[in-house]
Each structure stands twice: as structure tokens, then as C-alpha cells.
Design a binder for this molecule. Sequence first.
Ligand code: 5GP
Length: 239
Amino acid sequence: MQKVKELYSGKAKSVFTTEDPDQMVLFFRNDTSAFDGKKIEQLDRKGAVNNQFNATIMQKLEEAGIPTHFEKLLSPQDSLVKKLDMIPLECVVRNISTGSLCRRLGVEEGLDLNPPTFELFLKNDELGDPMVNEYHAQSFGWATMDQIREMRDLTFRVNEVLKKLFADAGMLLVDYKLEFGLYKGKMVLGDEFTPDGCRLWDAETREKLDKDRFRQGLGNVVESYELVGHRLGMTFDYT
Ligand code: 5GP
């Protein structure tokens, strides 16, 4: 499937139409951004690593019965996906306290959250992706209560699959963000699952292996993403 026309360019991916109105191509760029686009850098190999990392995770989620938009890898940096009607909300599950949760609530970092928390954020860079609740979502028409329940249930099912996957490879899935959309009326996982949108810590040392390395200027960003992939048995094609 060929890219026909660029539909839009996000902070790390560009989206292209194809000859099939139901399918699109995601091109994973090397751009890496943080703080709602205020810090941006190009990191060698990141597009290829994230594209292939995402492909593996999406396939594992599909195998576990979670519907995703992923169709197939087209090249090291391109994937074919279903065209979704996106819901403008980010669904975040947290297994361990850190990040904005600690800043917002003044709670200690590194607490095991039992049960894990679920939060909704509005996708809006200008406003800094503010946290919203299900009533905001309904009142402003971003999602219905049934759709919110469905996104929440799927986000927790992803947690069960991926917590175990990472734990078996010596890592803690601390938290992550998912985005959903509708495909022919059905709720489907969209966007990506990569170390750009989750936190992963080494289970022994609690070393950060995700985008916090970029946010906090810790270095070895792509090398850490590759390490996570290698621990999960992935190999990457950079050609
Ligand atoms: P926090 O709310 O602590 O900043 O983020 C919680 C989790 O969601 C982290 O794993 C973070 O990477 C992810 N996340 C939240 N918002 C975004 C976003 O706008 N883009 C990306 N890539 N990840 C996000």
C-alpha cells in the first residue's frame, strides 16, 4: 500500500492517506518531543525503533483479543493502520505513582497503586492536555458514557497483558497512555504503544528506560528503547 497524501503531521508521526479510504500509513519520524512540544530533538533510529516496537506490541494485544488499528509493517519506519475516527481523550493507567500524579496530589513517588488508577486527559497541547472526567467528556460530546466504559475496560485489559509481558522481561510497567478511535462504529486501540508513551523501569534497579530519559536529559534515549525491545526478544531493521 502506497502513501498518497500527508493528512497531518503530529509531534512524532506523520499520517498519510492510501488508495483505500479505510486505511492510512503511519510514518514514525525521528522527532522526539516533550512538554507539549516545547522540547523537540531528532534522535537517530528512533522512528524505526518505535515503529517496530509498536508493531510487536500491537500484535501481542491483538493476540490477546484487544482490537487495534494495526494492520502490518510496511517498512522500517512505516506501518499500515485502519483509519479511525479518533476520540480526543488520552486514557492513562498507573501501576506506580510518579509523574504528573505526584505533582498534582503531592503523593510520594514509587508507591504501588492497588488498584491501579485510571485517568482521562483532553488531547490539547495549547492547554497542556488537562485532566478531565467522564462528565466533561459527555457534556462536551468527546465520548459517551458507554464509550468511556469501553475505553477504560480495554485500557485495563492492556494492563494485564503488558504488565506480565514486561515483568517476564525484568521490567516494571509504571504507567502508560492509550488513545482510542472508532472503526465502522467499533472501539479500537489507535495511536501507538512505545516507550514514548509509557514509563518502564528496570525491575531490579528502577532505572528509567522510557521517554523520561529524554524529558529529564538523562541521555541514551534510543539505546534504552532498544534495550527494552531486545529484552522482549525484538530485533530492529534500520535499512
Ligand atoms: P504523566 O501524566 O505522569 O505526565 O504521564 C502518564 C503516562 O502517560 C506516562 O507514561 C506518559 O509517557 C504518558 N503520557 C501522558 N500524556 C502523554 C502525551 O501527550 N504524549 C505521550 N507520548 N505520552 C503521554
